[in-house]
Ligand binder design. Structure first.
Ligand SMILES: [Zn+2]
Length: 554
């Protein structure tokens, strides 16, 4: 008898030690995105983790006197969104200086934003953005900017508006500063022919030429001062949280910004998780040999669920890095030998790989090399990923599946759809082939490749995946997918890309409490409105990192 009461006493004590949750969200539509796509009413959070998901009644029973309660009033909640590839840290150096057009669908609005910026700008201050938009997204008037128009809006301040990596629009003052003139040769730092001129040789204000062409301008634009970097990074992270992002795979984590993130982490106020993709991209055979030496010392997975290094990337051998707007690729056997040598060393070191691969010819050539590598150093469990892959086809997807590879899909067409249709004709309707990817069963996830190549707003990416429409509403791809599959690709599947599937990607007991409460229901609103969804609350690890002023639920 004594034995039994001791046991029951023990059980009561253990139960009491199981302290009640810190926070309960109830009366919601909790889209958990677990394996069964379960929808619940309530969720309980203790510390930084979800402890229970269930009905209002089940979760209410767990609450204690000090449990904070939030009534969701029928609103939808979902896991925080993960972008598996965004050049986030790099953008901190310009974020507060940029006049971003991400998701701006009206030219009239863009012009108003410009005018307002001119009004508030200091004398001589640059007004600029570095990508993230294209004029074809302006539904009311999809026209490029002209030099005359920009001069009229900004007669004194220099203006540079960069569309993706396609072209930059300059006003007269900007051209003077950049030394682009009618009666002078192009400055040497510009790619030959990238400065467009009219028949009389007068520069039009447009600079083209893909990444090298547009970077000649972007490199000249002022960065924030070192003492302003933290504030700029903070504003950028706030914008990401407002848009619904809680985790990002980051190619090339800039050390100066990363150290700010590390500091925030120790202070408990890092509001976005960053998973770095890094490594030296060799550009010559000699550099390949040096890079292979460095590889042996490369250590991944020394971090935690806030900051970690997770992959080698995003370039293996830089001569085989597809330009953004190239129509075809033609890798030479010598280049591919270097690529394979490097890839072999990456596999031998047991490292995950995330590599830029866009054009069909490049994807085939890389897969040839990876199949050869795989025979010597199996890559099955290394989660090797081809990134961007807008031109991928069904047979390439099958080859990747056999190798155990993942597809990191970054639909450049979200802003570049019209440009891609000019370059590829009807083929662009399958760039990317989202339904083929989804139906193949390959592990694939969504990202943007922002902040220059593409816009950064995840609900615009989800709208694109579900409707096939680029920002502004023009239909540019035909292979659309369901809302559920798009959401899974932007949450639970992406967790695998950043090696956090046990922590992130769904609202489940034991996982980190990264979640969004939305102003409308992603699953039931008209598909054309998905791009307009706004989180009213964003939570990272149980902490509210963004909160809109709550209006009564509709
Ligand atoms: Zn890339």
């Amino acid at each position: 008898m004594l034995k039994i009461s001791l046991i029951s006493l023990l059980a009561v004590t253990l139960y009491a030690q199981q302290s009640p949750p810190d926070l309960v969200l109830s009366n919601g539509k909790i889209v958990t995105v677990d394996e069964r796509f379960t929808i619940a009413q309530a969720v309980a959070i203790r510390g930084d983790r979800v402890v229970a998901v269930g009905t209002n009644q089940e979760i209410a029973q767990l609450a204690g006197p000090n449990t904070r309660r939030i009534d969701l009033r029928g609103r939808m909640a979902m896991p925080g969104l993960i972008d598996n590839h965004m050049h986030l840290l790099r953008a901190a150096a310009t974020w507060t200086k940029e006049l971003r057009f991400d998701g701006v669908e009206s030219r009239k609005q863009a012009v108003e934003m410009l005018r307002a910026r001119v009004k508030s700008a200091a004398a001589g201050e640059w007004i600029y953005n570095i990508g993230g938009w294209a004029h074809q997204q302006f539904a009311d008037n999809p026209k490029p900017f002209t030099r005359e128009e920009l001069d009229q809006i900004a007669p004194i301040n220099p203006v540079a508006l960069q569309e993706s990596y396609y072209q930059v629009f300059l006003n007269t003052r900007a051209m003077e500063i950049l030394k682009i003139a009618a009666n002078a040769p192009d400055p040497p730092e510009f790619v030959k022919g990238s400065i467009l001129r009219d028949a009389a040789g007068k520069p039009t204000g447009v600079v083209q030429g893909d990444i090298p062409g547009t970077r000649a301008v972007a490199n000249k634009l002022p960065r924030v001062l070192p003492e302003q970097l933290e504030a700029s990074a903070r504003a950028m992270v706030n914008d990401m949280n407002r848009a619904g992002l809680t985790s990002v795979g980051v190619p090339g984590c800039d050390a100066d910004v990363l150290s700010i993130f590390e500091k925030w982490k120790t202070e408990g106020r890092l509001n976005v998780r960053v998973f770095c993709i890094g490594g030296t991209a060799a550009g010559t055979p000699e550099a390949v040999d040096r890079s292979i030496q460095q590889l042996a010392r490369m250590k991944l997975f020394q971090g935690d669920s806030f900051i970690d290094n997770v992959s080698f990337g995003e370039s293996v051998y830089s001569p085989l890095h597809d330009p953004m707007f190239a129509r075809k690729s033609n890798p030479t056997p010598e280049q591919l030998d270097q690529w394979r040598k490097m890839a072999m060393a990456i596999a031998q070191a047991g490292l995950p790989l995330h590599v830029h691969a866009e054009l069909s010819g490049t994807i085939d050539a890389f897969l040839d090399q990876i199949e050869a590598v795989n025979k010597e150093h199996p890559i099955k469990n290394l989660r090797w990923q081809l990134a961007h892959v807008n031109q991928i086809n069904a047979s390439q997807i099958e080859r990747m599946k056999k190798l155990g590879m993942y597809a990191a899909v970054h639909p450049w067409a979200v802003i570049n759809g019209a440009i891609m249709h000019e370059g590829f004709g009807d083929g662009a309707f399958d760039m990317p082939p989202l339904a083929t990817l989804q139906n193949s069963g390959i592990t694939w996830g969504l990202g943007t490749d922002g902040t220059a190549a593409n816009q950064t707003l995840p609900f615009v990416t989800l709208y694109f995946a579900v409707t096939g429409k680029m920002a502004g509403g023009t239909k540019v791809i035909r292979q659309t997918i369901s809302r559920e599959d798009a959401l899974i690709a932007h949450t639970r599947k992406n967790a695998y890309f950043v090696f956090q599937e046990n922590n992130l990607g769904s609202i489940q007991p034991g996982k980190l409490a990264d979640l969004l409460v939305l102003d409308r229901d992603y699953l039931t609103i008209p598909a054309d409105q998905i791009k307009d969804i706004k989180p009213v609350m964003t939570m990272v690890g149980g902490r509210v990192v963004y909160e809109a002023t709550l209006k009564p639920a509709p």
